[in-house]
Design a protein around this ligand. Structure first.
Ligand SMILES: *[C@@H]1O[C@H](CO)[C@@H](O)[C@H](O)[C@H]1NC(C)=O
Ligand SMILES: *[C@@H]1O[C@H](CO)[C@@H](O)[C@H](O)[C@H]1NC(C)=O
Ligand SMILES: *[C@@H]1O[C@H](CO)[C@@H](O)[C@H](O)[C@H]1NC(C)=O
Ligand SMILES: *[C@@H]1O[C@H](CO)[C@@H](O)[C@H](O)[C@H]1NC(C)=O
Length: 312
């Protein structure tokens, strides 16, 4: 880092912009190259591209984002000049208007630039990615939200890693989340965190978001089921089906609330408010119409609360 800084100082103080010195080129996937550039510096770099060993003897022509280049770019191995954020999708073809052979996408990632233009911050504590799991078995789901002006941004790659091992993940169809399946032993104390990294791009701009967490921090019970009024004023409900067993070991605690008709469960204005470990609650209030709300939390970790379930 210090060396890089000195290099920047040196080149600016001499007034030279030797091409490429502020840029690192790193492959991200087979067909994607990332230029890591310093923001606020004139960036100009020649990037070598190869159509592929299979086409060594062919007459290869290149296009950028589907457009022919001027002057034409020809050859299996070429160099393209990338200035500032001007990456793109370089495709190689058989002859000037010929068949598509291969492609390389050049993206630009601003180092030393903490601005997040692509994803919205969920909250200061949560950051840009929200993750949740219904139990301790290892299944979890993470979501993010693109900002209004980058709604077209596309996810290139999601990596989830624990202890140097890749956790298999599947991107949601709308590209706004990912579902991962780790193998986890619910009975053992979790020692190492999960590192989730999302690579997302809007045109040539690549942004990388990371979330680091223990599964136990994101385990949120599903909504309670079968909430009903049994005996006059006694409400009862069940543990969520997705919750761990045995229930003595994986106990939940419940927050119950009685609120006035027409209010949402998360209102601060409650008639009654209590915590219980039972799955029944006897309501003692002198009114005919009210709403009974209940939600659950892991009793031992005090992790996230479930969504509310209510009964009128
Ligand atoms: C296509 O290009 C990629 C990236 O340069 C390269 O790894 C791959 O081998 C090429 N495919 C073929 C069929 O040559
Ligand atoms: C780049 O172009 C190729 C060929 O048209 C296409 O298959 C690929 O999805 C494009 N990639 C991106 C990131 O635009
Ligand atoms: C980026 O974040 C780092 C640490 O989080 C901070 O030291 C640095 O000043 C930030 N840079 C900018 C340009 O905001
Ligand atoms: C809270 O609930 C417990 C039973 O779970 C009950 O004994 C106690 O009286 C309740 N407290 C209030 C303030 O209603």
């Amino acid at each position: 880092m210090i060396a890089l800084f000195l290099l920047v100082l040196y080149s600016t103080s001499c007034g030279v912009h030797s091409e490429g010195q502020h840029v690192h080129i790193e492959p991200l996937t087979d067909n994607v190259l990332v230029l890591k550039v310093l923001s606020g510096v004139d960036n100009k770099v020649y990037v070598p591209l190869t159509c592929g060993a299979a086409y060594q003897t062919q007459s290869v022509f290149w296009k950028k984002d589907g457009m022919e280049l001027d002057p034409p770019l020809q050859g299996n191995q070429v160099r393209v000049l990338v200035e500032q954020m001007d990456g793109g999708n370089y495709t190689c073809h058989l002859g000037p208007d010929g068949q598509y052979l291969n492609h390389t996408v050049i993206l630009v990632q601003m180092d030393s630039d903490n601005r997040s233009l692509i994803l919205e911050e969920m909250s200061p504590t949560e950051g840009h990615i929200h993750c949740s799991a219904p139990n301790y078995k290892g299944d979890f789901h993470c979501t993010w939200k693109r900002t209004q002006y980058r709604s077209h941004a596309a996810v290139l790659l999601v990596k989830a890693i624990r202890n140097f091992e890749q956790i298999p993940c599947q991107l949601d169809a709308d590209g706004s989340g990912v579902h991962c399946q780790d193998v986890n032993c619910p009975f053992r104390e979790e020692q190492l965190r999960i590192y989730l990294t999302v690579y997302i791009h809007s045109f040539s701009r690549l942004e990388v978001y990371t979330k680091v967490f223990y599964l136990r921090e994101i385990v949120k019970p599903s909504k309670l089921s079968n909430l009903h009024l049994s005996d006059g004023n006694v409400f009862s409900w069940n543990y969520p089906d997705s919750w761990e067993t045995p229930r003595t070991y994986f106990a939940l605690q419940f927050q119950v609330k009685v609120i006035n008709h027409g209010h949402p469960c998360n209102t601060e204005e409650n008639v009654l408010h209590n915590i219980t470990e039972d799955t029944t609650y006897k309501v003692d209030v002198q009114r005919k119409r009210y709403i009974f709300c209940v939600r659950a939390q892991d009793k031992y970790t005090n992790g996230p609360w479930s969504h509310w379930t209510h009964c009128t």
